[in-house]
Design a protein around this ligand. Structure first.
Ligand code: BGC
Length: 483
């Protein structure tokens, strides 16, 4: 099964610590724009679902698509659950009309999809594949025809294989190639796509792909090399933000989808809340903090010592190019309490009995949906925040009548959405929510064994069946609220 690395382990591995300096004090409770107990979301709240190219498209050999690192990695049978790969996946490449109709039927307002870079640039750079955009053109036209707003992610882990000859993200050449591809995407798509996301979850693919070797490209590099990879990816992100702005139509927005560590106070007292805010900044020092502040924190650099990434002032400027919105992917919590020793917080381990969802790495923790956007907003005064991913796997088994009664997923979603609303009612500017994921799909090294969809996919027939959680989500969207 997939070796999922708990995302806070990186910081702890480094013995990362934090300082309380320059942080705002905990704010007084915000009266907000709603009455306590109001369970409605603000008018115009954007309800969406998210997917990614390699996880759903299939058709890996069609229309001149080049190989990606996930094609290569998943073809080594021992790398994934029972040798599963994404050659067919949900066959979305051919069934996108049905999938869009499904979304439309659920009342979904926005759809976050990712582009397969290797369809556009089969070699990662150089010549554009003449049929590269055809599928996305068809798909976007069908989406817009039913009034669903597209959010386009440019990179969700499927690097063109050809770029590995230069070391993949180990080289800044990849950042440059990513920028060129992003420019091309902005030119081609911005008549229809108004929101671009550069990269999905830097920490996950950097750690799992380059440190632990559990995901593509399967490398096990040193801490110093990995810190450099993460830095190079962020340079690629910043260059892409600039490339989208320079090439897209006026009014196009660009952001990132980051799985920021969701630090939550163990008990909601002032001292633990302050500690969790310090922790948010330091535990996210490697990605979100440097993007927002334009510098790596002192503690991050000190903890890495000789392993710290090499960088220039100009690169930090590129990395911190202002965003139009910040996307937060929110799954498991990291519990924090105050500590009298520097840096003023400590991460509290979870006991064996801690409740988890079907994917073992996903500890239940709806509080993260309140604290992560709240801290991000308090620390960096963000304009617009989107929850770019949230969802859970269940052991879904259809009943004899073909229903999928995934009450655990409903419990998860309702609990997380309740906490999201708590923040919104305190004026945290969250503008939309993308549920991960529209339909069961290729769950990376867990193959087809782990189901995250609100729609059940029978992989033998490709039949889609909306699960009970899909009905729940439909109701939430229709009411624009939880009650
Ligand atoms: C990733 C998705 C993945 C999901 C469940 C997210 O972090 O972006 O690609 O399917 O987690 O593991």
């Amino acid at each position: 099964m997939r070796v999922r690395i708990n995302r806070r382990d990186f910081g702890r591995l480094l013995g990362l610590s934090a300082s309380a300096a320059t942080l705002p004090a905990a704010g007084a409770p915000n009266p907000g724009n709603k009455m306590a107990g109001d369970r409605k979301f603000p008018a115009g709240f954007l309800w969406g679902t998210a997917t990614s190219a390699y996880q759903i498209e299939g058709a890996t050999g069609e229309d001149g698509r080049g190989l990606s690192i996930w094609d290569t990695f998943s073809r080594v049978k021992t790398n994934t659950y029972t040798g599963n790969n994404g050659d067919v996946a949900d066959d979305h490449f051919h069934r996108y009309r049905e999938d869009i109709a499904l979304m439309h039927g659920l009342g979904i307002k926005a759809y976050q999809f990712s582009v397969s870079w290797s369809r556009i640039f089969p070699e990662g750079k150089g010549a554009v594949n003449p049929c590269g955009w055809d599928f996305y053109d068809r798909m976007l036209d069908a989406l817009l025809a039913v009034g669903i707003e597209p959010f386009c992610t440019l990179y969700h882990w499927d690097l063109p294989q050809a770029l590995m000859s230069g070391g993949g993200w180990q080289s800044l050449d990849t950042a440059k190639a990513f920028s060129d591809y992003s420019a091309n995407a902005a030119k081609h798509l911005s008549d229809r796509v108004k929101n671009f996301i550069t990269i999905s979850e830097v920490s996950t693919f950097v750690d799992d792909g380059y440190l632990y070797g559990s995901d593509a490209p399967g490398l096990k590099l040193s801490n110093a090399q990995v810190a450099q990879v993460a830095h190079n990816v962020l340079v690629g992100h910043g260059l892409a933000v600039r490339a989208v702005r320079a090439n897209a139509r006026a009014g196009t927005k660009v952001g990132i989808a980051d799985n920021a560590v969701s630090t939550c106070p163990v008990i909601e007292t002032r001292e633990h809340i302050d500690a969790a805010r310090i922790a948010y900044r330091e535990e996210n020092a490697r990605v979100l903090t440097v993007i927002q502040e334009g510098r790596y924190t002192d503690h991050y650099l000190k903890a890495l010592g000789a392993d710290a990434p090499k960088f220039t002032a100009e690169e930090l400027q590129v990395i911190s190019t202002p965003l139009d919105f910040t996307g937060l992917n929110i799954y498991e919590p990291t519990w924090v309490r105050a500590s009298s020793t520097a840096p003023g917080y400590e991460v509290v381990d979870m006991p064996k009995s801690y409740p988890r969802m079907a994917a073992g790495w996903l500890e239940f923790g709806p509080d993260g949906m309140y604290w992560s956007p709240k801290f991000a907003h308090e620390l960096w005064k963000l304009k617009d925040i989107y929850i770019t991913e949230n969802g859970a796997a269940s052991w879904d088994v259809p009943t004899s009548t073909g229903e999928v009664l995934d009450t655990d997923r409903i419990l998860f979603l309702r609990s997380y959405l309740t906490q999201l609303l708590r923040g919104i009612n305190e004026c945290v500017p969250v503008k939309g929510y993308f549920l991960w994921t529209l339909m069961d799909n290729y769950e990376w090294t867990d193959g087809y064994a782990m189901r995250f969809g609100i729609t059940y996919v029978d992989y033998k027939t490709q039949k889609r069946t909306v699960k009970l959680s899909g009905e729940f989500y439909k109701e939430v969207i229709a009411r624009n609220g939880l009650a």
